[in-house]
Design a protein around this ligand. Structure first.
Ligand code: ADP
Length: 490
């Protein structure tokens, strides 16, 4: 059966499309065999040498077309040459004379021209098609090689989500081969975690891109590899549309960020350790300074009190910094916890203002009390956000300018705003200032101390209260920072 199939494939001219090594032996042998068989038939079976001419022309034409289609110009012309030689052999062996001989020779020449025309056109067509097919498969191979050697992991699915191609880098990242034929969104091959929770197969970026037709950008996951190691990856996925907008495939690009992530974790560990180590001595330092302040206040001069006051202020700043560092590392490790309770915002704002009023740059903090507005929140942490916004407002605006705080209800939200008339923030920086350790790097901003942790911590605190934080600002005019919190529900 197998042999039969192989023979069929060998004979089938269609299966030779796209292959450019044209045979010359097979057409030669076939045509010679045909001529010999025809002679055997004429002399041995039909016993009439003159019978040959009437059928052989059809068989020859068929052979020429077949071989031109199977083996291009080489096959076609070989067939023509053998056929014409055979015709001359017939003329020779049938002993034509006179007019008959002339007519036979003439006909042979006409047939030769006709056969060459047929072989030439079909052979040329066949070779042109082969070249086109070859070029296309070259292109395909080139793309395949590029995909294979890309330094990122690649998964390509068809329109139904069936994985049709992956590459070597994907195997390296996952620590295993991703089997082809697996269906994205259905079959689960790897365990991916996002925020420590396993991601369902139907929520994978590839499935999302495929189902929604939209791109999924920069999603971070942790992969549990079969060798027990963890891999940190960033995934981008996109659905591919054809010209009429139909999804025809989906592609996922997986970037390994394990090394970078581990480095970040080591840095976070270091910050965590350092801030813990610093916390205790600073607390004692603060206590001692306050004690000294108390004891020396009554009988030493004004100068000493002033110096001690400065020391106490610096220790206070140091403590704030260390507390911020600790909060950042708690946020990174998910260890920041909240004690939520019912909390009235007018009171909370007033308490914080009276605490801060003395410390701001002689900037009056204005606030008009409203009807009671209650939220369910961690009072200490919300105060931290408010203090951060007010101290920033004071830090980034000139002495004497007002800082206005407003409170209002909107839909089911309480919205607090802190407005200053300071240096303002460029539009393109307004999102970035909420990132960890981000500081605006203009000439004006450089003169202000800080580490860029405050707004990041504030944003995380507000997010974990299911609220939002944002800024409206114009460079040179001032900024208004807003944060919202869901209202307290009885
Ligand atoms: P820090 O103030 O310690 O640098 P923050 O996270 O509180 O860190 O603020 C991040 C950056 O946002 C600041 O460095 C500053 O450039 C900008 N910024 C914050 N508040 C204001 C404000 N009220 N006016 C102008 N710029 C501000």
């Amino acid at each position: 059966m197998k042999l039969f199939k192989r023979i069929l494939r060998y004979l089938d001219p269609i299966s030779h499309l796209g292959t450019v090594n044209y045979s010359f032996i097979f057409p030669l042998l076939s045509n010679v065999t045909l001529s010999i068989l025809s002679e055997i038939f004429a002399y041995g079976i039909a016993k009439n040498p003159m019978i040959v001419g009437s059928y052989i022309i059809f068989i020859n034409v068929a052979f020429i077309i077949y071989f031109a289609f199977r083996d291009g110009l080489k096959g076609g012309i070989t067939s023509v040459v053998i056929t014409i030689c055979y015709y001359f052999y017939i003329i020779q062996t049938r002993h034509y004379t006179g007019q008959q001989l002339n007519a036979a020779i003439e006909t042979t020449f006409v047939l030769a021209a006709l056969y060459l025309g047929v072989a030439g056109i079909i052979g040329w067509l066949k070779q042109t098609i082969d070249k086109l097919i070859e070029r296309e498969s070259d292109e395909k191979n080139r793309l395949q090689t590029i995909v294979q050697q890309l330094p990122v992991g690649i998964i390509i699915t068809n329109e139904r989500g069936v994985i049709v191609q992956t590459n070597k880098q994907l195997e390296t990242i996952l620590g295993m081969k991703m089997p082809l034929g697996v269906v994205a969104g259905k079959d689960k091959v790897i365990t991916a975690l996002q925020d420590d929770k396993p991601v369902q197969a139907s929520k994978s970026p590839l499935a999302t891109a495929l189902f929604t037709g939209k791109a999924v950008k920069d999603k971070e996951f942790v992969i549990e590899r079969p060798d027990g190691k963890k891999a940190y990856i960033i995934v981008n996925a996109s659905a591919i549309h054809n010209k009429s907008g139909k999804v025809i495939a989906a592609v996922s690009i997986i970037t390994d960020i394990t090394e970078k992530k581990e480095m970040e974790l080591r840095k976070d560990d270091f910050v965590n350790m350092a801030s813990h180590e610093l916390k205790t001595p600073i607390t004692s330092l603060k206590l001692y300074v306050e004690l000294m302040h108390q004891q020396l206040k009554d009988f030493k001069g004004e100068k000493t009190t002033k110096i001690l006051h400065s020391v106490s202020k610096q220790v206070h700043r140091l403590q704030d910094l260390v507390n911020d560092m600790l909060d950042v590392s708690r946020l990174q490790t998910g260890k920041l916890s909240f004690n939520k309770e019912k909390c009235e915002l007018n009171n909370l704002i007033e308490e914080n203002i009276s605490e801060l009023q003395g410390t701001t740059n002689q900037q009056p903090i204005l606030f008009k009390k409203t009807q009671p507005v209650s939220v369910y929140a961690d009072t200490f942490r919300i105060s931290q956000v408010l203090i951060n916004l007010i101290t920033n407002a004071s830090k980034y605006s000139p002495a004497g300018s007002d800082i206005e705080i407003k409170l209002r209800k909107e839909d089911n939200q309480a919205i607090i705003s802190v407005k200053d008339h300071g240096i303002g923030i460029e539009k393109d920086q307004q999102k970035k200032i909420f990132e960890r350790l981000y500081q605006v790097s203009g000439d004006k901003e450089k003169t202000f101390p800080g580490l860029g942790m405050g707004l990041y911590i504030s944003q995380e605190i507000i997010k974990r209260h299911k609220g939002d934080i944002w800024v409206e600002s114009e460079k040179g005019t001032g900024s208004t920072f807003y944060f919202s919190l869901p209202l307290y529900q009885k």
